[in-house]
Ligand binder design. Structure first.
Ligand code: MLT
Length: 303
């Protein structure tokens, strides 16, 4: 009988092509042996007795009911590292958005595009969009997995002094990431030392609300926070208070959270980190290979 695959989200064609010709793509979730998913939540879906595996085209698995899958023996795959470059590049944009008033400048030019004297007006106006340089500033990277390590390494090349913290990566491994990254064994030191803090940890009970009032209280005045990992890592009310008091100068987040998106000094994006053609292709290829290798050979491997 043909293996039936249901896609809860559209997955890049170059990955789908790797599924054997004998596999059938079905719209019927309840009848699938394997499910491919990107960001759709599976928490409210029943797991059918037929379902054997779920492959997430992405790193985070917080949209998949892991406990229910474990109970039913459904194997869950993800694609760690496949979109890390896409996310890293957007974090670089985030660093620049946090330090230069690109949005203010862009909006001003757009709003005044029909002004014949625009070039003259610029001279007066541009002062208010002046920013800071990131070279020479301290960046704290919380979480040194595939994305955090890439961010740390590119930031070093941009001239930043980088501090990395990860509860699971050993000091040796962290130093191996780059001899220029200072490995911190205590996250409080990142809070105390850094001008920019970027968080790259999964959403777990232990990390939910990790950036909260207590953490902000330890940080430097005017710190800039970047969150391209998961919305729940940052406490909404606490970051709003920290922005209002000036403790946090800018919050760049890749989550369109209505509770904070309109707040002054927040730049919120619609979860674009992994939304590049390259990342989508890489994730689709890895996820489809994982399903095939499992269904054909019984291999359980995230690669
Ligand atoms: C991830 O967990 O890797 C991202 O959320 C991927 C995505 O944007 O789909």
């Amino acid at each position: 009988m043909a293996v039936k695959v249901n896609c809860l989200n559209p997955i890049a064609a170059c990955g789908m092509k790797l599924l054997p010709d004998t596999y059938e793509i079905t719209d019927n979730y309840a009848d699938a042996d394997a499910v491919l998913v990107r960001s759709a939540s599976m928490h409210d879906l029943e797991l059918s007795d037929k379902l054997l595996c779920v492959a997430r085209a992405g790193a985070g698995v917080n949209n998949i009911p892991l406990d229910k899958c474990a109970e039913k023996g459904v194997v869950v795959f993800n694609t760690p590292g496949a979109n890390a470059n896409g996310v890293k590049e957007l974090v670089v944009a985030g660093l620049l958005l946090a330090s230069r008033d690109l949005m203010g400048g862009y909006n001003w030019v757009k709003d005044n595009a029909s002004d014949e004297n625009l070039a003259k007006a610029v001279e007066k106006q541009k002062k208010q969009y002046a920013g800071n340089e990131i070279a020479g500033k301290k960046l704290g990277v919380i979480g040194l997995g595939a994305i955090g390590a890439k961010v740390a390494n590119i930031a070093v090349r941009l001239g930043m002094e980088v501090y990395g913290y990860d509860p699971f990566v050993s000091v040796d491994a962290a130093w191996g990431l780059s001899k220029y990254i200072k490995h911190i064994t205590n996250v409080e030191d990142i809070y105390k030392e850094c001008d920019y803090i970027t968080i790259h940890v999964p959403a777990l009970p232990a990390t939910k609300g990790m950036l909260n009032a207590d953490a902000f209280a330890m940080m430097k005045d005017g710190v800039r926070i970047l969150n391209f990992a998961r919305d729940v890592l940052v406490n909404d009310e606490d970051i709003k208070a920290a922005l209002a008091s000036g403790k946090v100068a800018k919050y760049v987040t890749d989550f369109p959270n209505p509770a904070i998106a309109g707040t002054e000094n927040v730049i919120a994006l619609p979860h674009l980190g992994a939304s590049t053609e390259e990342s989508e292709d890489n994730c689709a290829i890895m996820a489809c290979k994982e399903i095939t290798d499992f269904m054909e050979n019984g291999n359980i491997k995230n690669s």
